[in-house]
Design a protein around this ligand. Structure first.
Ligand code: PRX
Length: 637
């Protein structure tokens, strides 16, 4: 059963027609999409929602297993097509090609391993793994038996891992002994041991041997992946899941407090990721699609694993980094596998654009048809570099705006259909109803005039997260309280006179660094852990390659302690509690932080100072201690 082409919009006129239908009658529209999938039982009710509670359910009463749609369904039509092509970090190691049939067998077998290790429907399983096919196998094996996977990015520290394990009360942890990224060896199992030193909910650890090196294994707790495989059958029935049963938890940082475990459910996520994948990327059956994200982020979940596999397309996975063994690595991979679709992040584009063009010229990139960008606004210069040097001006660039919380792409051109323009994510996908809100929270209705405001979404879409794990109140507070009756994205946007959207960036205390979403509060908490630190404030400032970098203002108990050594210690503290990605580029020791009379740090001013844009600091009259600003400016790094 091919679901491909009858889901794909094929012209701009059709897009306009379908978009209109999808907003006039969303239920009928999504029914037609959902009917293309394999359900064990059809749903009773397409959509029920109340954004004030907030509660959303799609396809309720429907029964299915998403892996039957990712795998079993394709066995009938294309068992021998590659589901995954994997390229290792080291180009001298063999790549791996895994067909849909082979992936099906691996998933069933590992589903039995999970069961053998005591995992049942509804249990949480934490995956802390490198970018290897076994990560996909483990995710789908969880879904096969109805366990909820919680993938933690392997760049996170042991402290970050343990807090995610305990927040989700995961029973099982799956990891690898170690792996290489570029020239660095990452001792994953050792980090896991550290994470499990204190109280934790883990009963078993399954270790995949990515390298031959031995690691310590704790008796009665740690087992090897390969040994476990020997104990089980190759057949695993797919558990019957309700459309609204959770499929996975994925943590994302918030502007305050601990990370939020966003909960995605089964039916809507399946329908939303497939529909968006098919339409944004317009893949054809023989294509080889490569998304360079890490599966530890939502982009990897939706557009390396679920979207492409649900669509029956070949998804290419890469273990390494763009700079190893040299900056030609991405272009070499594109040539090697004749990649047709290349989906990456602006930060990667900017760092590659700094390298000599000879890295590109050595490789044949003629196979490319579509380029994609995700994670942060793509600036004009990077867009043109990507278009001219990689797409050779004939590949549409889909600038896809979406979030961990949205589950699927929300605003994006459809490749080859929507006209593209640098910096513009362009138009909403069918079924997505964005709204721009002015400072009073009033919707700026589109009337052919340019407008700028906060970006919200007016109506539910199938792949949206349904709650924050164990904290529904937080889900309500963060997303549904700023503008009652709407989902608030945290982003600002500009809309031009033709209705095209340009995302202008976060309007809250989240900073996007190299495409990673970092809340400032957890980083400040980490800095404040240092015994010499009294208080701190983190802000973002523009950075040529990373998009934004972090700037830390730190007050010490004793100002005489200020030193480069202390700066290093602070960075180490952050690496230990969160991970290296959250390290600030600059740390300035200050006597005081500018505060309002109510005691709130004036980040707006600190952001301007960090950006060296001090000509107009705006209204500082509400500050309690405006006199310290000159001092901060004079000592800017
Ligand atoms: O600020 C937006 C930015 O990334 C945020 C979401 O981050 P995360 O949940 O980590 O998901 C990233 C991958 C989907 C958004 O609120 N963002 C993402 N894509 C774009 C973007 N900003 C501008 N243009 C984009 N294409």
């Amino acid at each position: 059963m091919e679901i491909k082409n009858d889901l794909q919009i094929k012209s701009f006129a059709e897009y306009k027609k379908v978009y209109k239908q999808s907003t006039e009658n969303p239920e009928e529209f999504w029914n037609q999409v959902a009917e293309k999938f394999t359900w064990k039982k059809r749903w009773d009710n397409t959509l029920a929602y109340d954004f004030n509670k907030p509660e959303v359910s799609w396809f309720s009463g429907g029964k299915l297993n998403i892996t039957e749609n990712c795998l079993d369904r394709h066995l009938k039509t294309q068992p021998n097509r590659n589901a995954i092509i994997w390229e290792p970090n080291n180009p001298n190691e063999e790549s791996r090609h895994i067909t849909y049939r082979q992936l099906y067998v691996k998933v069933c077998q590992f589903a039995n391993v999970l069961k053998n290790n005591g995992i049942k429907k509804g249990d949480r399983v934490c995956l802390y793994m490198p970018m290897i096919p076994e990560l996909v196998v483990a995710m789908l094996a969880c879904a096969r038996i109805g366990a909820i996977h919680s993938v933690v990015f392997a760049g996170f520290s042991s402290t970050a891992l343990s807090s995610r394990i305990n927040d989700s009360s995961s029973k099982l942890l799956i990891t690898a002994n170690e792996y290489y990224r570029g020239t660095k060896a990452i001792p994953l199992k050792e980090i896991c041991d550290e994470a499990l030193k204190n109280y934790n909910t883990i009963e078993k650890v399954i270790v995949y041997r990515r390298t031959i090196n031995e690691v310590s294994m704790q008796k009665n707790r740690d087992v090897y992946w390969f040994d476990e495989l020997q104990k089980v059958d190759l057949e695993a029935p797919a558990e019957t899941m309700d459309a609204e049963d959770p499929l996975f938890i994925l943590y994302t940082s918030g502007s305050t407090g601990k990370p939020k475990g966003m909960v995605h459910t089964t039916g809507g996520y399946m329908v939303g990721t497939t529909y968006s994948f098919q339409n944004v990327f317009q893949p054809e059956p023989e294509d080889r699609y490569w998304c360079t994200a890490d599966i530890g982020w939502i982009t990897g979940h939706s557009y390396i694993v679920y979207g492409p596999l649900l669509a029956g397309v070949t998804s290419v996975m890469f273990e390494g980094v763009p700079s190893y063994p040299d900056y030609g690595r991405f272009w070499e991979i594109i040539e090697k596998f004749k990649i047709t679709h290349f989906y990456t992040a602006p930060t990667a584009i900017r760092s590659l654009a700094k390298q000599p063009l000879s890295h590109i010229e050595k490789h044949n990139l003629n196979s490319l048809k579509v380029l994609g960008s995700v994670g942060e606004p793509i600036n004009e210069e990077a867009w043109h570099w990507f278009n001219d040097n990689i797409g050779k001006s004939h590949c549409p660039i889909v600038d896809t705006w979406w979030q961990t919380e949205t589950g699927s792409i929300m605003i994006s051109p459809l490749a080859g259909i929507t006209s593209t323009r640098p910096c513009f994510a362009s138009l909403p996908l069918p079924g997505v109803q964005p709204a721009l809100l002015d400072e009073n929270g009033k919707e700026i209705i589109f009337n052919g005039q340019k407008a700028e405001g906060s970006l919200a979404i007016k109506a539910p879409w199938p792949a949206m997260a349904r709650t924050v794990w164990n904290d529904h109140q937080r889900y309500k507070d963060v997303y549904f309280s700023a503008y009652p009756g709407m989902y608030f994205t945290g982003d600002g946007a500009y809309r031009d006179a033709t209705g095209n959207y340009r995302i202008t960036g976060r309007v809250d205390d989240v900073v996007i660094v190299s495409g990673h979403n970092l809340g400032t509060a957890p980083i400040e908490n980490a800095i404040n852990e240092h015994e010499k630190v009294a208080e701190s404030a983190i802000v973002g400032y523009p950075h040529e390659v990373k998009g934004n970098a972090l700037y830390a203002y730190v007050i010490l108990f004793n100002p005489d302690d200020a030193s480069d050594e202390l700066r290093q210690e602070i960075k180490q503290e952050i690496t230990r509690t969160i991970g290296a990605i959250a390290k600030p580029d600059k740390i300035q020791f200050v006597k005081e932080l500018p505060k309002t009379r109510s005691g709130k740090i004036m980040r707006r001013i600190l952001r301007k100072i960090a950006s060296k844009d001090v000509s107009n600091l705006g209204d500082t009259s509400t500050l309690l201690n405006g006199n310290i600003i000159d001092d901060i400016i004079q000592n800017t790094i």
